[in-house]
Design a binder for this molecule. Structure first.
Ligand SMILES: [Zn+2]
Length: 240
């Protein structure tokens, strides 16, 4: 990602004054791309699917990662999307053109993203199978859809509860973790609605600072899961 894609309030690019804590690799920001698997009894529920072979050559390792985790892709019968950008949806189709998850039964797409989903040629075979969902929809006994609009018009997070612990799989609430926890007001050029994205991030951060609460981000660096704490008027992210 070119560093100039990060913008501050008022949309003024500030590449020339990028804070030192934002690490650049050959002038570019590193952007991890994660998907998350939730196993609930005998259900295997995948949140997002990565980009498969459709973007950078360093991406598209989801099926290999599942393999390494001892999870056969045939086991995944449910996929839920946070939104419809290519790094979240294109992994529904494997690099060889086959269905990445041949036993897919349920494909949940946030309601206002359905028209975007239906425009993606690569995913045309799934149009008949996708189910629109709304805020508060229960994916399973432990997973609830949670609206977090802004990055895309119906960007949606998924809150997983287990005992007294919760995990918010929050999609694209944070793209640049080295700065957006400290400066949650900073948005990203690829946020479709900048003001809404900013408000959603601040709302998710306030939720995330509860005790026994964790977050999982599509673009947080490995392991992509951590805890958020409040420090003054900024937030601190601690990977687990
Ligand atoms: Zn993304």
């Amino acid at each position: 990602m070119p560093a100039s894609r990060l913008r501050r309030e008022g949309n003024r690019s500030f590449e020339s004054e990028l804070p030192v804590q934002v690490e650049l690799i050959e002038g570019k920001l590193r952007l991890s791309v994660n998907a998350f698997l939730v196993i609930e009894r005998d259900q295997y529920i995948l949140i997002d699917t990565g980009a498969a072979n459709s973007w950078e050559p360093s991406m598209g390792l989801l099926l290999q990662a599942l393999n390494e985790a001892g999870v056969a892709r045939e086991k995944i019968e449910t996929v839920a999307l946070t939104h419809t950008h290519e790094d979240h949806v294109n992994g529904l189709v494997a690099a060889d053109g086959s269905d990445a998850f041949p036993n897919l039964q349920r494909l949940f797409v946030p309601k206002e993203e359905v028209s975007l989903f239906d425009n993606i040629e690569r995913l045309s075979r799934f149009r008949a199978r996708r189910t629109p969902i709304e805020n508060g929809f229960k994916l399973s006994a432990s997973i609830t859809a949670f609206e977090a609009h802004g990055h895309e018009m119906c960007h949606t997070a998924y809150e997983v509860s287990s005992g007294d612990e919760s995990l918010l799989i929050w999609g694209d609430i944070v793209h640049v973790q080295s700065i957006q926890f400290a400066r949650p007001e900073l948005t990203w050029e690829y946020d479709t609605n900048q003001a809404q994205a900013r408000a959603s991030r601040q709302r998710m951060f306030r939720r995330a600072i509860q005790p026994n609460y964790y977050v999982a981000g599509a673009h947080l660096s490995f392991p992509g899961v951590g805890a958020v704490t409040l420090y003054g008027d900024a937030y601190i992210y601690t990977p687990v």
